[in-house]
Design a protein around this ligand. Structure first.
Ligand code: CA
Length: 239
């Protein structure tokens, strides 16, 4: 079940593929989109640095590009961002690989690679760097979500959540402040598009509020954004 939750929250992450070999870029894009990642592609370093300004959660970066060396792009990115980077390298570039990790890439994949393996690496890296912190705490310990134990603790007591409620809560807390539409939440909890489930989301949110809010009518955690959906407004505690 936990695995399912982890996979469930992966969708919606924005991945930028920087690769001038169109064929490779297209295949990787297709595999990632199949896993519901949002994917953008760039064929040059300049284009990549432009697209980065739009907000990206992870970069897949080819080492050899027509205008810039992947290493330089990596360094440019690292000057002001800790965004996870997976470097693509050719087999002959043994030293380059090591250099790649030395200049701030988080992982590397050697060409030719299996797209499946790359997707697995993407997920592993997201999990490691942002996805599931094992335990997150909000509002001075008032609400604790322990994903490794599949537990929600409110005011020091464990509250029983259904798997759907848990997924929904994780999905919201994972990006505090971000507004999620009902459709996005339905997709997140069910894993595929399903029409006519808006009210289901409302029902789940209502149940969750009764479990984690002191007063569900004036929520401190899940706020209704009228006409749109919901967002999580709890304040994360320092680690
Ligand atoms: Ca290339």
């Amino acid at each position: 079940m936990l695995l399912y939750v982890i996979i469930g929250i992966m969708q919606g992450y924005r991945i930028l593929i920087v690769e001038d070999e169109r064929k490779i870029a297209d295949i990787v894009k297709a595999y990632l989109e199949n896993e519901r990642f949002k994917v953008a592609t760039a064929e040059t370093g300049q284009n990549a640095l432009e697209l980065l300004k739009n907000g990206v959660d992870l970069i897949i970066l080819d080492l050899m590009l027509p205008d810039m060396h992947g290493e330089d792009i990596c360094q440019a990115i690292r000057e002001n961002s800790q965004i996870p980077i997976i470097m693509l390298t050719a087999k002959s570039e043994e030293e380059e690989r090591i250099k790649g990790l030395g200049i701030g890439a988080d992982d590397y994949v050697v060409k030719p690679f299996s797209p499946r393996e790359l997707v697995a690496r993407v997920k592993a890296l997201l999990r490691r760097t942002k996805g599931l912190k094992k335990k997150v705490s909000f509002n001075n310990g008032n609400l604790i979500i322990d994903a490794s134990r599949y537990e929600v603790i409110k005011n020091g007591s464990v509250v029983v959540f259904t798997p759907t409620e848990f997924k929904l809560l994780i999905n919201l807390t994972e990006r505090p402040g971000q507004v999620f539409t009902r459709v996005q939440l339905v997709n997140a909890i069910l894993g595929y598009d399903f029409e006519g489930y808006d009210r289901t989301v409302d029902a789940h949110i209502k149940n969750i509020r009764h479990k984690i809010e002191d007063d569900p009518r004036t929520p401190l955690y899940i706020k209704t954004v009228y006409g749109v959906g919901y967002r999580f407004i709890g304040l994360p505690d320092e680690d």
